[in-house]
Design a protein around this ligand. Structure first.
Ligand SMILES: Nc1nc2c(ncn2[C@@H]2O[C@H](COP(=O)(O)OP(=O)(O)OP(=O)(O)O)[C@@H](O)[C@H]2O)c(=O)[nH]1
Ligand SMILES: [Mg+2]
Length: 455
C-alpha cells in the first residue's frame, strides 16, 4: 500500500495543559513545519532530533501564534518510518487548533484515529500485535495490564507466534516437496517436521489457555454476591470496597437492584456485584430484582454464596445452593462475631471451599480476597510470559489449531498429501492474521478505529 500524503494531529488530550504536542508525518512533514516555524536563532539549520526554539507564525500575515519547541525526525528512524515533525506548544485549546489549521493549510491533512500507528504497521516497523498493544498501553488501568501490554509491544508475543509460524512453514515445504518429487529424488524429513509441528500445536494450546488469565488482567473478572435476604451481602460488598457503597439495614429485602463496583486484587480488576436477597418476593420490584440475580448467575466468573452464621441452615439456603451448585462458588459464612447456630457439618458435605467472616468487623476479608484471587487466576499460574489478552488473537489461534490438527490427522492417516498441504496453508493464513501478514483490510480498519486521533 502506497502512502503519499502527509498527516497531522494534536497528540495530547484536549483541554488546558502545560504543553500540547502536535505531530506531522509524511513526505511533506519537514516542509510543512518550515513554512510555519520561525526559529529564534536566524539562519539555523534544521538539524534532526534537536529541539529548536522559535515561533509558530501564520505565513499569510506574519502573525505570531505561539512560542514553541519544534523538532524534526528523518525517515526511516521515526515512529511511522516516514519523515516526521513535532511541535511542543502551550497546551491551550485555541493555540493548538490554530497551529493544526496552519499545518493543514500548508500541505498536511488531519490524521484519522490511530493513523500514525497504522503507518508504523504498514511500513513494517511494528506488527499488528505490537500496534494493538500501543492502544492497550494507553488504556491500561493496572500495573499488570500495563506489563502485559508492554510485553506485547516489545514483541514477546510476536516472537512466540513467529516460532510457530516457522514450524508450520517448514512442514508445508516438506509436504510440497513430497508432492512434487518422490522421497528417493530429494532430501526430505517430513517426520522431523511433523514432530516439530506437534510441539507447535502444544504451544498454541498454551497460548489459547493463557487467554483466561490475560482476560482477567485486561477486562477484569465478575464476582456475584448471592444469598438469602439479610445475611449481610451488602455489608460484604462495602467491606470489600472499604466504603459504604450499598445501603445496609436490619430489614430483609433492603437491596433491590444489582449494585456494582470495582476492586483490585494483586493487579487483577474484579467487578463485585451485590444483589437482592433471594426469597419469595414481596412485590414486583423485588421480583424483578431477584430475576436479575438469577439471569446474572450463569454469567459470573465466580459466585460468593453468603450464609448467616448466626442462623440455622434453612430450606431457602438449600434452594439457593441448587442455583449455585456446579458453578465456581465460594461459600462465605458471615456474622461470626455473633453466637453461631449454622451447622457446619451440613456444609462440609457440600464440597465447597468456605471462608468465615464478619463483614461488620472486617474479620476474614483479606483471607476472602486471597481465596478469590486463587480461584480466579492463582491456580492457572502467573508465570506465563506474553499472555493472550485479545479475543481476536485467541480466535485466530483457535482457527490455526483446528487447521493444524486436521493437517496432522491427514498426515498420520497417510491421506493424499494435498489435503495436508491445504490444511497447513489454512493454518498459516489464520496465524498470519494475528501479526497482520494476512489480515483483511476491514479488520485493520476496526482495529485502528479504536485509537484516539494523534496516536
Ligand atoms: N453482627 C453482625 N451483623 C451483621 C454483619 N454483617 C451484616 N450485619 C447486619 O445484618 C443486617 C443485614 O445486612 P445487609 O448487609 O443489609 O444484608 P443483605 O444480605 O444485603 O440484605 P438484603 O439486601 O436485604 O438481602 C444489617 O443490620 C447488618 O448490620 C456481621 O458480620 N455481623
Ligand atoms: Mg443488601
Amino acid at each position: 500500500m502506497e502512502i503519499a500524503d502527509t498527516i497531522c494531529a494534536v497528540s495530547t488530550p484536549p483541554g488546558e495543559g502545560g504543553i500540547g504536542i502536535l505531530r506531522i508525518s509524511g513526505p511533506l512533514a519537514h516542509n510543512t513545519l518550515q513554512k510555519i516555524f520561525q526559529p529564534r536563532r536566524k539562519g539555523s539549520t534544521f538539524a534532526p532530533r534537536t529541539l529548536h526554539l522559535g515561533h509558530i507564525v501564520n505565513p499569510e500575515n506574519g502573525d505570531k501564534i505561539d512560542e514553541v519547541f519544534a523538532v524534526v525526525f528523518k525517515a526511516p528512524y521515526t515512529y511511522t518510518r516516514e519523515d516526521m515533525a513535532e511541535v511542543y506548544s502551550h497546551g491551550g485549546f485555541s493555540t493548538q487548533q490554530i497551529i493544526l489549521s496552519l499545518m493543514m493549510k500548508c500541505g498536511a491533512r488531519l490524521a484519522e484515529p490511530g493513523e500514525f500507528t497504522k503507518r508504523a504497521f504498514l511500513n513494517g516497523r511494528i506488527d499488528l500485535v505490537q500496534a494493538e498493544s500501543v492502544l492497550d498501553i494507553i488504556q491500561s488501568e493496572t500495573d499488570d495490564e500495563l506489563k502485559c501490554a508492554m510485553e506485547h509491544l516489545e514483541g514477546k508475543l510476536s516472537t512466540r507466534i513467529k516460532h510457530v509460524q516457522k514450524d508450520i512453514k517448514e512442514a508445508l515445504v516438506e509436504v510440497e516437496a513430497l508432492i512434487d518429487f518422490s522421497e528417493e529424488d530429494i532430501d526430505v524429513d517430513p517426520e522431523g517436521a511433523f514432530s516439530r509441528l506437534r510441539k507447535a500445536n502444544k504451544e498454541i494450546e498454551r497460548l489459547v489457555e493463557s487467554y483466561y488469565l490475560g482476560k482477567a488482567i485486561r477486562h477484569g473478572m465478575e464476582v456475584l454476591i448471592v444469598g438469602k435476604a439479610n445475611v449481610g451481602k451488602s455489608s460484604l460488598l462495602n467491606s470489600l470496597l472499604l466504603r459504604e457503597r450499598a445501603i445496609v439495614t436490619p430489614l430483609p429485602g433492603t437491596t433491590r437492584d444489582l449494585i456494582e463496583d470495582v476492586i483490585h486484587i494483586k493487579g487483577i480488576k474484579v467487578r463485585v456485584i451485590d444483589t437482592a436477597g433471594l426469597r419469595t418476593p414481596k412485590d414486583v420490584v423485588e421480583q424483578e430484582g431477584i430475576e436479575r440475580v438469577k439471569r446474572k448467575i450463569p454469567e459470573a466468573d465466580l459466585i460468593l454464596w453468603v450464609l448467616d452464621g448466626a442462623r440455622t441452615y434453612s430450606e431457602e439456603d438449600e434452594h439457593i445452593y441448587g442455583e449455585v451448585t456446579g458453578r465456581n462458588t465460594i461459600l462465605v459464612i458471615n456474622k461470626i462475631d455473633l453466637p453461631q447456630k449454622l451447622e457446619r457439618f451440613v456444609l462440609a458435605a457440600k464440597d465447597l471451599e468456605w471462608q468465615e467472616i464478619s463483614a461488620l468487623n472486617n474479620t476474614g476479608i483479606q483471607g476472602l480476597k486471597d481465596m478469590l484471587y486463587d480461584r480466579l487466576v492463582g491456580r492457572r499460574g502467573r508465570q506465563t510470559k506474553a499472555l493472550i489478552t485479545n479475543l481476536r488473537h485467541r480466535d485466530a489461534l483457535r482457527k490455526t489449531q483446528g487447521a493444524l490438527e486436521k493437517a496432522i490427522g491427514c498426515y498420520e492417516r497417510s491421506e493424499p498429501l494435498e489435503f495436508t498441504a491445504f490444511e497447513l496453508r489454512d493454518a498459516l493464513s489464520s496465524i498470519g492474521e494475528i501479526t497482520g501478514e494476512t489480515c483483511p483490510e476491514e479488520i485493520l480498519h476496526t482495529i485502528f478505529e479504536r485509537f484516539c486521533v494523534g496516536k
